[in-house]
Design a protein around this ligand. Structure first.
Ligand code: ZN
Length: 362
């Protein structure tokens, strides 16, 4: 169907969507089925280019607001999800600054710098998605499909929460906590998606612990529950791998269990950081851990004993949380041993699947 009427109707829709809705209803824009409204009639060249641009987004899939760290062209760069595809955000942002804002900037190559620059936000994400498409240079920014994803960030500190799901407390016959239990994990243990978890004979039993990770967005000290969300940049998936035998031995001897949680490679995280707005609030998301495809842990974060605001309030009463710090929110029931040769996958649908092989080290 095309012709004058069709074109006018279509262009009117373009005008409406672009100039009215986007500006006035910033929040609604993300949910408009634009792809559906513009796909029926023929339009002049300029408008067609625009139509193609809009149709790049199957909106029910797109706007996942995921940021990743990738290795591309011999260097690390930030990447931004665009529907099913990935865009070189480091380059796009630099070009945007140059061509739109008329200033030269240092390329931003890591999430913590993006957070510190106040750019880990939905409006920045939207500005960049619009920029790479408006420019008609989307192809220049696309990241090749075989690109390696790295750990999305190296946290300054990792505060992990113990016993935060009732069923997990019960499986180890532990006492129900009356206040959050938190402990540290060494940031040097972090690895990215697809990187191997290295186990050794002397580690004894090693368990997976799939968890939701909260990435801190601004300096948090003595934060109240009601303001906790303002301090969250985004969310990632964490596998709090634990040398269980060593942990039990240390607890039995009255020692800290820091070392059993901090062995090199024992903190896979990623594959992306989803911006805070990508998840519902309060955060109620499914979490599932599979070993060699078999489901071992399956729960939902609405079963937390202590909610995310309670955790941030509790931790920030003791220590300042800095941008890029990670709070691992605890693991549900079903932790089980992993061995060399296994493949461990932790899935939170809103964020993605963190997949790591287990290998034996010497
Ligand atoms: Zn844990």
């Amino acid at each position: 169907m095309y012709g004058l009427t069709g074109c006018i109707a279509c262009l009117a829709r373009f005008a409406c969507i672009d100039t009215v809705l986007r500006k006035k209803f910033d929040d609604i824009w993300y949910y408009l089925p634009v792809g559906l409204t513009v796909s029926f009639c023929r339009v002049p060249d300029a408008a067609r280019a625009r139509q193609e641009r809009l149709q790049i987004f199957p909106l029910w899939k797109g706007y996942s607001m995921h940021i990743a760290l990738v290795y591309v062209g011999g260097a690390e760069a930030l990447a931004m999800s665009l529907g099913e595809r990935w865009v070189n955000l480091t380059r796009a942002h630099q070009d945007y600054e140059r061509h739109v804002e008329g200033r030269e900037t240092v390329p931003i190559r890591d999430i913590i710098s993006l957070v510190n620059a106040g750019l880990f936000t939905r409006s920045f994400y939207r500005r960049m998605t619009e920029f790479v498409q408006r420019n008609d240079r989307l192809r220049d920014y696309l990241i090749p499909p075989d690109t390696r994803f790295l750990a999305p960030l190296r946290p300054g500190k990792i505060v992990a929460i113990g016993r935060n799901y009732r069923a997990h407390v019960a499986e180890f016959d532990n006492q129900m906590p009356t206040e959050p239990i938190f402990f540290a994990k060494a940031p040097s243990a972090c690895i990215g998606p697809e990187e191997p978890i290295v186990v050794q004979e002397w580690h004894g039993r090693v368990d997976h612990e799939g968890e939701l990770g909260v990435v801190i967005g601004k300096s948090a000290r003595h934060v109240s529950m009601e303001h906790a969300r303002d301090y969250i940049a985004g969310f990632t998936v964490v596998n709090d791998v634990t040398a269980r035998d060593i942990q039990k031995k240390d607890i039995g001897a009255g020692n800290p269990w820091f070392r059993s949680k901090s062995i090199d490679t024992f903190c896979p995280l990623g594959p992306v950081v989803a911006m805070a707005d990508a998840l519902p609030w309060p955060v109620a998301v499914d979490i599932e851990v599979r070993v060699n495809g078999q489901v071992r842990q399956k729960s939902n974060t609405e079963k937390f004993i202590f909610s995310i605001p309670e955790l941030i309030a509790a931790v920030s009463r003791f220590m300042t949380l800095d941008p890029g710090d990670l709070v691992a929110t605890g693991t549900p029931a079903g932790v089980s041993p992993i061995h060399a040769g296994d493949i461990v996958e932790v899935t939170i649908p809103e964020i993605g699947t963190l997949k790591n092989p287990v290998v034996s080290g010497d």
